[in-house]
Structures are given as structure tokens and as C-alpha cells.
Ligand binder design. Sequence first.
Ligand SMILES: NC(=O)c1ccc[n+]([C@@H]2O[C@H](COP(=O)([O-])OP(=O)(O)OC[C@H]3O[C@@H](n4cnc5c(N)ncnc54)[C@H](O)[C@@H]3O)[C@@H](O)[C@H]2O)c1
Length: 376
Amino acid sequence: MNRLGRKLRVAFIGTGGIAHSHMKAYRIFDDVEVAGGADLIPGRARAFFDEFELADAAGYTDYREMLRDLRPDCVSICTYNRQHAGPAIYCLDHGYNVLLEKPFTVTLDEAVEVRRAEKKSGRILSIGFQPRFDPNMQMIKKIFESGELGKIYYIQTGGGRRHGIPTGGGKKDSFIRNDTAGVGALGDIGCYSLDMVLNALGYPKPLTVTGYKSDFFGKDPKYHGDHPELAEKFGVDDFAAAFIRLEGGVILDFRISWAMHMDTSGDTIVLGTKGGLRIPSTECWNGSVGGPMKIYHEVAGAQVETELPVLPLTGLSRVERKVRSFLDASAACLAGDSSAKAPVPTSQIIINQVIIDGIARSADLGREVEINIPEI
Ligand SMILES: NC(=O)c1ccc[n+]([C@@H]2O[C@H](COP(=O)([O-])OP(=O)(O)OC[C@H]3O[C@@H](n4cnc5c(N)ncnc54)[C@H](O)[C@@H]3O)[C@@H](O)[C@H]2O)c1
């Protein structure tokens, strides 16, 4: 049982793909009661609850009406990217704790508005970055903080898929349309690679960004197989790259791809004055490690490599941990604990978002842009 000593009433906004993983996680915790949810598509929320044999959970199309009727304690916002900010602000303004899927928002302006609402509300807002709960990601942060690498001055990160535009085999277009997704690979999987290294670095502020993005594959009907019509709908990036200067003299060299003629855009490499770290890329980038990490350093003048075995995840899965940590923080907040904190806080993720926004702006303008984070 949580700190409140009663079940937490949970509701959903958006009951598509990722809502299923949230639901599977909620279902394993006995201090959760799923009250219901809303999806814009008529009948979709009802079908979702039926799939999980939750006859008492109520389905709606309008999330405002749903919240008015159900008065949940916690809300999972599982809508497409362009519908992150509006529902999040509404929930916070009305006193609900929120687990918001990634990427935080599409634009920096939206992220700022959500942060303002969060600050006013005193509620929990956590962003759905499950890689944070991976022991290997946590090890990267420990290595950075140990001083083993000395002063870190250059990081190359990102991730690549050779053939991985997320359309669910042609059945789904919410990730590729500008009016639903707003951002492509850059926000979808780029947010994870940025978080992996920025979280380890303690989220220094970015100073300038030079960004590039392209859509050669998404716009090509040949690339969509039996669904050439998706090329017409494609309105986001399928590849992005950037050169980012961070406070403290760190350079971040970044590239991300949903599609390219290459097997991988490279491992993450971290260069420090005392050591270097190689984090092998996964074939389909999902915020995990593709093999043992290696530290390159010198011992008594000899060049030495130390291999770190991949750490297994035992017990709860990454998504279950993301959901559990959100429930615990929400219970603490509702119990009146003023020190209750979001497990993946927007104070950090706004920096992730300002970089994504900066890359998109720089790419559109064709030049470097300065980064300013507004006071909130
Ligand atoms: N953390 C992860 O591993 C992970 C994995 C997949 C997707 N995601 C993120 O989750 C979000 C949703 O992705 P998905 O695959 O579930 O998309 P999806 O298109 O399958 O589902 C989104 C659903 O939200 C509904 N919706 C949109 N706006 C709404 C509104 N205002 N009110 C009610 N319903 C609304 C849509 O009708 C749709 O059913 C995206 O932002 C995506 O980046 C995260």
C-alpha cells in the first residue's frame, strides 16, 4: 500500500498504443483502481477497458467531462505529441497528478506553459522516460559522477534505425503527421539519447545549437511498401543531427534516425581528460545499451580498457518502475508531503525539450541559434 493508505484512482487520456503498457503496469499494483479514461476516437476508450476486462471503468471521448465525472487521483496522458501540452495543463489546473508520455511537448513554448501550470498546481508531473529506470543508464550516471573520466569535454550520442519509421506496418499515422506528432525521430527517440547523457552530466544548460533535419525516406512512397499513401501524410523528420555547446565547455555531437542507408549512426562515446567511455548502440534505439560498456584509461602509463558487464534488470520492468515511481510520488503529494518530487522532473526535461526545439529551429533557419530558457 502507498503512503495515502488507500487505493489511487487512475484515469487515462488517450487509449492507443502506449496506454496499453501503462495499463499492464497499473494492473500489477494492488493499490490502483482504474476509474476510466477518454479517447477522441468514439468507442476506443470503451474497447480499451473491455480488452482488459474492466467493465466498471468508464469510457469517454471528452477528457474534461471524464475528469469532472471520475475525479481521479492520477492521470496517464498517452496522447500523440501535439496533444501533450493542452491536456497536461488542464489536468494540473484542476489538481490532478500527471504521468505524461515523452517527448515532453513539441515546442519549447508549450513546455514552458506546462511548467508554469505545474508550479502553480503543486501536483506531480512526471515524464514517461522509462530508460531512466534501467540499471545500465543509472550506471552511466554513476560513472560520470565518479570522476573516473576526469573533465568531460566531448560527447557523441544519438541512435539509429535503418528501417524503422513507426507506422505499425502501415496501420498508424499518428507518429508521422505534423498535426499529430509535430516532431519525428528527433523527438520520438532523440529525447532518450539526449536524456541518457544530459542526465548523467546533471543537465547543464545548452548555449547554442546548430541543427539539421531531413525527411528523404518518410516522403518517399517506395519506403512505405504496401502503404505508399503514407508518404503524402509524412510531415516530420526521419533524421536529425546537431552540434550543441553546453555550459561548462562540453560539446554534444548528436544524430538520430528512423531511417537511413546505414546499420548504426554509431555508439555513444564520451571523452574526458582522464578516461573515455564507449556505450554500444542498440540496433533499434530504445534507450538501452547494446552490449558491455568500455572505459578507456591509462594505468601507470599503460593504455587499459575496463569492460563493464551489461547489468540485468530484475523484478519490475522499466515501464513498471516508471509507473510505480509516479504512483509513489503522487501518493506522497496527496498525503501533503511538500517534499514529494516527480521521478522524472520537468525541471530537467525542459532542457531536453529546449535542445529539440533548438535543433528544429536551427534546421528551419539554416544557421546556429542561441538557446534561452525562459524564467518560470
Ligand atoms: N515511453 C514509450 O516507450 C513510448 C512508446 C510509444 C509511444 N510513446 C509516446 O506516447 C504517445 C502516444 O503514442 P501511441 O503510440 O500510444 O499513439 P496512438 O496514436 O496509438 O495513441 C494516441 C491516442 O491518443 C488519442 N488522443 C489524442 N488526443 C487526444 C485528446 N485530446 N483526448 C483524448 N484522446 C486523445 C488518439 O485518439 C489516440 O487513440 C506519443 O507521444 C509517443 O511518443 C511512448
